[in-house]
Write a protein that binds this ligand. Sequence first.
Ligand code: ANZ
Ligand code: ZN
Length: 764
Amino acid sequence: MADYEPSQIEPKWQKFWQEKGLNKAEDFANKPKFYCLDMFPYPSGAGLHVGHPKGYTATDIISRYKMMQGFNVLHPMGWDAFGLPAENYAVKTKVHPDKSTHQNIEHFKEQIKSLGFSYDWSREIDTSSPEYYKWTQWFFLFLYKNGLAYKAKAPVNWCPKCQTVLANEQAQNGQCERCESEVEQKNLEQWFFKITDFCEELLLGLDKIDWPEPTKIMQKNWIGKSEGYEIDFTIKNQEQKIEVFTTRIDTIFGCAYLVVAPEHSAISSLKLQISNIKEVEEYVAKAKKKSDRDRQADIKDKTGVKLEGIMAINPANNQEIPIFAADYVLASYGTGAIMAVPAQDERDYEFAKKFNLPIVEAANSWEMAEKGIAKKKINYKLRDWLVSRQRYWGAPIPIIYCAKCGQQPVPEKDLPVLLPTDVDFMPTGESPLTKSKEFHNVRCPVCGAKAMRENDTMDTFVCSSWYFLRYTDPKNNQEFAAKKLMDYWCPVDCYVGGAEHTVLHLLYARFFTKALYKAGLISFDEPFLKLRHQGLILAAGGEKMSKSKGNVINPDEVVKQYGADSLRVYEMFMGPFDQAISWDTQGVKGVKKFLDRIFRVAQNIKSEVVQESLKKLLHKTIKKITDDIEAMKFNTAISSLMILNNEMEKEKEIAREIMEKFLMILSPFAPHLAEELWQGLDKKESIFLEKWPEYDINLINDEKINLIIQINGKARGSIEAVRGIGEQEAVGLTKKDQKIAKWLENKEIKKIIFVQNKLINFVI
Ligand code: ANZ
Ligand code: ZN
């Protein structure tokens, strides 16, 4: 008997599946479709991390299982190829990002292929290819033409290390998402996408998708809907008013003063009335240097300055109250001004104590809206998405500037705007494209005069906001994808990827989908129906795997030593799929031994006589695996395969029928081994063309219940039956029971009342 030798069998079956076109998704096939998607990787120079195959194995199990259930499965893979690391690498080594990226892609692809995933490689996409980024640029123009892309000067996050601006989502907690540097605030002219037009849709849609609850909550909080009122406070002896936003209109009687943000327009428009304007302006200048986060951070150390010479009037009680400028009030939220209620609000309380202001208890409340002073207002925390970047390795923004005609979109027929090659990568804070000669050799699309191109490139999250649509029609050069194909394959039925993208990619992709839906370009308004996150794989000691710590496990090594199936099964067996778990090489060895044992057991197929007890366990296992794959409980599915294998080992001979079904339910997890053993049974076709086995409920249930038998509502006895027994079978059993049968002899049964697992009542 030959030994189980993964390296001998795995490449063979990978080739076989490829040649048979087993993984090809068929457009409009006459079967229900199933779109199973992984978050596509950034092809980094480090190659595949053992964390990648965790998610990929999960989607592969689901895809193969769905295929066997008769679904037309779309399971694609591609490359999120633009981005800073390739550019930083270019700065260091002078290797052009295009070259390093393509080398990395080749390496990644080889590694992924060695794991036997059922990807339809004919649909592979690469966001850095002109065929792809042509359509990323088309999306920019689509948003631009629909009033959803605009250029504006605004306070933005600047990463001093990456030398570029960042979206708010990439600067959470004041840190650069890429390099963790502290971000700075700068006032710059930048391109934005108007995601804020979709706040309500983005919130409402969350109710109809099957996503992890914490992920939904994070998106909800990031959107930050807040319902309150806007109230005008008049300024004594002035025409002008200051409008505040409050969620606690009921506390207005406790309002002791107003606070405006340092950037508030009232400061300049009341310049002549503010007697200490010099002091105020000094304060404003200082506040502008701080980030929003710093301004809100320290609750105890509130700074501010009183605007001397002016007073506001509280419309609830006509009291005169002072006005302050303080940086704990943000210019970018609400109206940039607040009514301070120190008795109720902690921040106002700290401020009032510091500045010796009265802390007024708010006794009664007043419905302001009726008096016409306050109006209902909904605010959102979400800000428009900043998409321009001062970097090279991204899709150029398709805009042309003409001295006469101003800002003009590049005509669609001129797309793609190609990335130039005559570029110096050294980051200077200015876009590298500024210095390219070939790039700026362009004429105004309106008047034909010599013009300049936009120098910035797009945030790479723009590329990934629509990639799942491209897989449905990856070769289309007329449109980003045909509507018919998008409507056939989408939305994605199952999406697996990291939780770190919650308010980045996962929010942006929903925004794109909603914009397309609104424009009538697609017929669905959510991109991902079901989403799950894989838990991290940590190093043996429980810390993060990192090059610098030298604790990185290379998946190639694992495949070489134990085989791809061992790696796959191990990663699924580590523990619950969504939990962070440490790597344990002993565990991989254990899994390899389990597969060895399956290999040996499979040599014992001789008997045609089916062992009843084994058959029962098999059917139980079929049910368990089916339920567990649906629930993504892969670890418990694998345990039940182990239990079944243990029992099979106890038999000298195993019936062919049992082995065949065992291999079928093993196949999504360890596809190479299952195919090898399947073909060993003299099969011609792949195991993945088999129908997923069904289980017989009668064989599964060994839990017994007592079913009470009633005649006309009176208990006359009971029978033992399996849990879940149906009415028909229960009636049959009752009639066979000697003691009860006599009550029914020669009687016409008018009605049967059956309460499952409890009683059966014969009305005669
Ligand atoms: C009076 C009040 C009394 C408030 C009270 C709160 C509690 P959310 O839920 O985040 O929308 N606020 C309004 N605009 C602000 C700005 N630009 N910068 C800082 N704070 C601002 O919170 C709304 C509340 O935050 C508003 O309601 C306002 O203070 C403050 F017991 O008004 B409140
Ligand atoms: Zn012009």
